[in-house]
Design a protein around this ligand. Structure first.
Ligand SMILES: *Cc1c(COP(=O)(O)O)cnc(C)c1O
Length: 387
């Protein structure tokens, strides 16, 4: 199946984040759309189109869905109550018991658990693949393979997957290519333009960007989004109107936020790379990054996420984390505040240290989500914590 179709973009992204999907305005209209915090709506007796918040067909959800679809160049988008809800419903709409899913082994910890623990229990077979191995996908294919799932850039190692080979393969086979594009946001990467069929986001991260909304998004063709909506309705993964209203507010500044985060992160990554306390700095914008060429070719910006390894390992990481003053030590990413976290205690806590090391996350590995503070203040904070 092919759940995507590109649509023309009438405006630049900086304009689309503010206005895409807006109805024509008239005198007396509020400039800020109202929050409609109602679960149900009065209906025509006998009408069979139920308007109910869990069905995702309420005003605040529909506004934001149109806007995000325009940002990704998708026919339709669906907003869900979390990134995990989006991943679960987005994949369950494609897979049935007996089907096989190929997934990159470099995926968010929660997604890893969903695929390897929950899906396998439901009779959906999942093979985790080393995507940087030549012909990796083709060699793991089965006749039951229905979709390929990747995450790029990868949380937390900032590896960037080359979309070319994998999208040619899914097109050739007529199976779906599903991309978790949370780390990039549509400002830096629009997977549908590179042959993906489905785009998933944790809207909790860059899309909302203010650390105050949990949400997820799935983008694709209308018939596919209808299927995802059926999953959303029965699994109860619909967001509350207030979450949608806040997400719309957060989205308005997506372009300026991400542009600034791209610039600051580049400067910080170059600074980190030169420090003796730092063994390695992983940032796709650095020429030392293994995927720099792919990133330069396929991304519009290198992103606000950096990872680095402290030469002193776990003990150095403990000391560094305790000394931070401006940056906060907290889970999650992609927001206005600079955050530091360690995958060994957060997204990848359920893996063993050995398992983490094999996917490039040794102890002493720090993830930095660059916020909107002045870049020199962020660097000064990192410097005093490293010393
Ligand atoms: C955070 C995250 C998720 C899960 O999103 P939630 O909103 O926390 O459910 C999925 N994928 C990636 C890459 C993430 O960073």
């Amino acid at each position: 199946m092919s759940p995507s179709k590109k649509s023309a973009r009438p405006h630049a992204l900086a304009t689309l984040v503010l206005h895409a999907g807006d109805a024509p305005h008239a005198p007396g209209d509020p400039v800020v759309p109202p929050l409609v915090q109602s679960v149900n709506y009065v209906q025509e007796p006998g009408s069979d189109e139920l308007m109910y918040t869990r069905y995702g067909n309420t005003p605040n959800a529909e506004r934001i869905q149109k806007r995000i679809a325009a940002l990704e160049g998708a026919e339709e988008a669906l907003v869900l109550s979390s990134g995990m809800g989006a991943t679960a419903c987005g994949l369950l709409a494609l897979l049935r018991p007996g089907d096989h899913l190929l997934a990159s082994q470099y995926i968010y910890g929660g997604t890893h658990r969903l695929l390897t623990e929950e899906f396998t229990q439901m009779g959906i077979d999942v093979t985790l693949v080393e995507p940087f191995e030549p012909r990796a996908w083709r060699r793991r294919l089965r006749k039951e393979t229905r979709a390929i799932f990747i995450e790029s850039p990868v949380n937390p190692t900032c590896r960037v997957l080359d979309m070319r080979g994998v999208s040619l393969l899914t097109k050739e086979l007529g199976i779906a290519l599903v991309v978790d594009s949370t780390f990039a946001s549509p400002v830096n990467f629009r997977p549908l333009e590179h042959g993906a069929d489905v785009v998933i986001h944790s809207a909790t991260k860059f899309l909302n960007g203010h650390h105050d909304v949990l949400g997820g998004v799935v983008c694709g063709t209308s018939p596919y989004i209808d299927e995802v909506r059926q999953k959303e309705i029965v699994w109860g993964q619909t967001p509350d109107p207030f979450a949608c209203w806040l997400l719309e507010r957060g989205l308005k500044t997506l372009d300026v936020r991400v542009q600034r985060q791209n610039e600051s992160a580049m400067e910080i990554a170059q600074w980190l790379e030169a420090r003796k306390e730092v063994r390695r700095c992983h940032y796709p914008g650095l020429t030392s990054h293994p995927d720099h060429a792919v990133a330069k070719d396929q991304l519009d910006g290198f992103g606000g996420m950096i990872a680095f390894e402290l030469a002193g390992g776990a003990r150095a990481a403990d000391r560094f984390a305790k000394r931070l003053k401006l940056a906060r030590y907290a889970a999650s990413l992609g927001g206005v505040d600079t955050l530091v976290s360690e995958p060994r205690f957060s997204s990848h806590a359920r893996m063993s240290a050995d398992q983490r090391a094999t996917i490039g996350i040794p102890d002493g590995f720090i993830r930095l989500s660059v916020g909107l503070e002045a870049v020199n203040d962020i660097i000064a904070d990192l410097e005093q914590a490293l010393r």
